[in-house]
Design a protein. Structure first.
Length: 175
């Protein structure tokens, strides 16, 4: 069974990388944030404002559990997905995981450029963004570092990552 979970902080490139790796490897690709928005017919920012983060995390957990029986799939998780509800344990028990790691400064620069608003950042002034990311990343790295592999972002050469995924697919990957 081939299932790869891409984990990492928001804006680290999980979705872009997942789509590109899907094309290179022939595996399917899903983005849990996109699945959430399609299923509940509401943007994540609007959902956070209307129902709050705890309800979002419960529904996100349910969507993650639905990936259990997928095969031949690359799954981009939300930035917080591995950090709640024993999700990292589920990910580790049900597939291979790759942490897309990016430095605080690079994440802040990317997040300043991204048009899509992130619920956890909407009230953070630009001059406080790096400090916020640093603090949150320090909390989340405990979970992210449990991944089977760590890939430094931005990922400009996809071939080594595609080769890793092919090794997972053909069973020659060992932890």
């Amino acid at each position: 069974m081939t299932k790869i979970y891409l984990i990492g902080y928001m804006a680290s490139g999980k979705s872009r990388l997942g789509k590109e790796l899907s094309e290179l490897t022939g595996l399917s690709f899903i983005d849990l944030d996109e699945v959430f928005e399609e299923r509940y017919r509401i943007g994540i920012l609007d959902f956070f404002e209307k129902y709050g983060e705890p309800v979002f995390r419960q529904l996100e957990h349910t969507l993650l559990l639905e990936t259990k029986d997928l095969d031949g799939t690359i799954i981009a998780t939300g930035g917080g997905t591995p950090c709640y509800d024993e999700n990292i344990r589920f990910i580790k028990d049900n597939g291979r995981s790759i942490y897309i790691r990016m430095g605080v400064h690079d994440l802040a620069e990317r997040l300043k450029q991204i048009k899509r608003q992130r619920p956890l950042l909407k009230d953070i002034p630009p001059d406080e963004l790096e400090a916020y990311i640093k603090t949150q990343l320090e909390e989340r790295e405990f979970y992210y570092l449990q991944a089977d592999r760590i890939i430094e972002a931005p990922v400009n050469d996809l071939e080594p990552v595609a080769n890793l995924i092919r090794a997972i697919s053909d069973g020659s990957f060992t932890s």
